[in-house]
Design a protein around this ligand. Sequence first.
Ligand SMILES: [Zn+2]
Length: 460
Amino acid sequence: MKTKFITLIMAFIVFTITSNAQETEATRLLQEHNKEFVPEIFKFGEKVHFAVGYDVSNVAMIEGETGIIIIDAGMSPIRMEALRLKFREITNKPIKGILITHGHGDHFGGIQAFLDEGSNPQVWGRSGALGNDTGFNIEANAGEKAGLTYGNVRGGRQAGIILPDSIHINNGVAPKPDKQRTMFTRGKETAKFSPTHLFTEERKQIEIDGVKFELVAASGETYDNMYIWMPEEKILFCGDTYYKSFPNLYTIRGSQYRDVKSWYESLDKMQEDKPEYLLPGHTRPVIGKENVNTTLTNYRDAVKFVFDKTIEGINKGLTPDQLVAYVKLPENLASLPYLIEYYGRVDWAVRSIFYGYLGWFDGNPVNLNKLAPKTEAEKMAKLAGGENKLKEMAFNAFEEGDFQWAAQLSDYLLELNQNNKEIINLKADALMEIAKTMITATGRNYTNSYAIQMKEKIKE
Ligand SMILES: [Zn+2]
């Protein structure tokens, strides 16, 4: 009895030390990343004002001859109203144009704040194609047409909407919401928002209020993605094709396949324009011709490496589980500050590329006829020497700091009894320990939110 007690104490000490150590490194890095979201309005040349940190995404104001042009419109009308007033301290000229880099709500959800000024600006977006759908915002439209609503639940977890401040650091490439949650307020009007002008070409030159822009088709995160090039100022607005994190080549909220090949080809195109300023949809600007060139080269090389290596592994017959071990970003790329996995993760991208080209079947015929989860759980319990033995193993794994194994064993036990409060708590606690070690904010937020929701459920 005494030995068992000492072992428990030892296990607790080991667990405390290791969990704190893990927490420190991932948490520290992610906290440090918050400096990317400190509000600031940069000025480039005579015309371009670039607001970082005022909402989930960045917003630019460009001064034309008699008016202004806005690039991207944030996510929250409340936040954008505050930024609009900031911009109005700089100039009072009417809004002549709004350019939206891609059809994601965090880049146009706040547009009403600018439209309310009543100057009827031309609003530009790119018409993309996804299956039979064409137009702007096709990703959300395709989901809506299919009757899909669960993306919102997963999106909410990934954004950490329900998380208390104490365990919510940021969203990887965006600050966490403020206490009033104004960052995630989207006007009803914007749900049906559509640009007044759509372009379908590869590259289109336009002039608004005496300012020259080139709109360039650049699929990647979405199929309606474009970048905006200001040839005279050598400024490139890249939307979400680049930001300071390994890119979110797959989003865990779930979406149609993000075309990874197009993504690095878009980075190639951007480089050909030889920008001197790279102004991303999230995180701070990259300044200086050499700096931009090196950053884009490395970023592109990283995306292309992951893509090519995954295809190479697929051609060797590797399954997704084997591929994630096979595809490792070389250290010289992985260690770059803008390729740290704050937002996207290499292994998630690898799985996505596999599924994007081959679908769900991993190639192993065992998985054509998988056991039902409950049947497998019954067999695992038998293998362990009974359900109680399996339970003991799950708790031991937790005490030993093997939280992933504790969570996986909990899944078997929950298949056997889904209302087992003790196991629900064990799994939730294991998930929260795992979350502490995750640097990828989306995964960390999702894991924490899921665990909290599990615990909430058994409180009822
Ligand atoms: Zn975005």
